[in-house]
Ligand binder design. Structure first.
Ligand SMILES: *[C@@H]1O[C@H](CO)[C@@H](O)[C@H](O)[C@H]1NC(C)=O
Ligand SMILES: *[C@@H]1O[C@H](CO)[C@@H](O)[C@H](O)[C@H]1NC(C)=O
Ligand SMILES: *[C@@H]1O[C@H](CO)[C@@H](O)[C@H](O)[C@H]1NC(C)=O
Length: 304
């Protein structure tokens, strides 16, 4: 079965964000994300530390930009109590995630009840997780100030709330793809190995105790390794987790066909592969982490 754009039930819609590189293609705005190499980051570290040392106490901490956010414009907040409950919920989401890496909870009563879910990727350490989820809680209010249904994605974490109970449900109506602009040189072998790898880690993700996470690598040549990771939100049953991962990886075959790297961000799962190490613990064989240059494609549900 060959998946097609039409079978996705949503319209491609390119978004732009500040602070990122932008270019225009076919009248659409394409978001480009330049990632520096690990090596370069390390070179910069001393400068960054000096900067922090000098300015830590004089400038307010700035939270990091997310990969994406979704503010459901059909859910404008009409009651003050809802906003107040979202604030209380957010602080519970942050503390719960820092403690356990994941939380799904609600706050408030009756019409003002709000449901929230937050989690870090299971391979991410406590410190990165904590920073990520704090940023997420700050940024989601800035970016979706009036929406009762809001979601925000980072590489290390995800946070979402709504006035309706969404726990345990799969919603793939909104998805974002980041794809490397470069293509692999040997698509036939690459796709075969990637398919096998994706199947293998998807099976790991649904095993009890794995916290919805599967990750592994495959050596393609002595010099080339593909790294992949899948993560479901932990409220999903194994069946629904598999379903979300299947939809994400199926779209890889069309949207990310032959690309050197790709990320699919959905409200219930995160799927990524790269030709360099990106999941934890980081592969020590990462001296030559290749520079990645990504563009993102955002799929929004069709308004009918
Ligand atoms: C609701 O919020 C608005 C705007 O901040 C404020 O003017 C109003 O007094 C609030 N209502 C209640 C019942 O608190
Ligand atoms: C990769 O392949 C896609 C689809 O065939 C093409 O549009 C794109 O320009 C290619 N990228 C490069 C860097 O050649
Ligand atoms: C790593 O990068 C260096 C310099 O670009 C290159 O000479 C070397 O062959 C690379 N090693 C591998 C294993 O790709």
């Amino acid at each position: 079965m060959q998946p097609s754009q039409e079978s996705l039930h949503f319209q491609p819609h390119f978004i732009s964000h500040d602070s990122l590189y932008k270019s225009t293609k076919n009248g659409l705005i394409v978001r480009e994300l330049k990632e520096s190499t690990k090596k370069k980051n390390m070179d910069l570290l001393s400068h960054v530390l000096l900067f922090l040392f000098l300015f830590l106490f004089t400038i307010p901490a700035k939270s990091a930009d997310p990969l994406s956010e979704y503010c459901n414009t059909n859910t404008i907040i009409s009651r003050n109590q809802t906003s107040a409950n979202i604030d209380r919920l957010l602080s519970q989401l942050v503390s719960g995630t820092i403690l356990n890496g994941y939380i799904a909870t609600s706050y408030g009563k009756a019409k003002d009840k709000v449901y929230g879910l937050a989690q870090c990727r299971a391979d991410v350490g406590r410190k990165d997780c904590s920073t990520c989820i704090k940023d997420a809680a700050k940024e989601i209010l800035k970016r979706c100030p009036n929406q009762a249904d809001a979601r925000i994605w980072y590489d290390f974490c995800f946070l979402r709330y709504d006035i309706k109970n969404f726990f345990g449900e799969v919603d793939t109506s909104f998805g974002i793809f980041y794809l490397n602009v470069e293509n692999v040189t040997n698509p036939k072998t690459f796709n075969k190995e990637l398919g096998t790898l994706m199947d293998r880690i998807s099976s790991k993700a649904v095993v009890a105790g794995n916290k919805g996470n599967g990750r592994d690598k495959t050596k393609l040549t002595p010099f080339l390794t593909v790294y992949a990771l899948v993560q479901c939100t932990r409220d999903l049953s194994p069946l629904f987790c598999s379903q979300c991962l299947a939809i994400a990886t199926e779209n890889f075959q069309t949207i990310c066909k032959n690309r050197k790297g790709c990320r699919a961000l959905y409200s219930n799962c995160y799927v990524r592969y790269e030709l360099y190490p990106f999941y934890f613990p980081l592969d020590s064989d990462s001296a030559n982490a290749s520079k990645a240059h990504h563009v993102s494609v955002v799929f929004k549900p069709q308004v009918s």
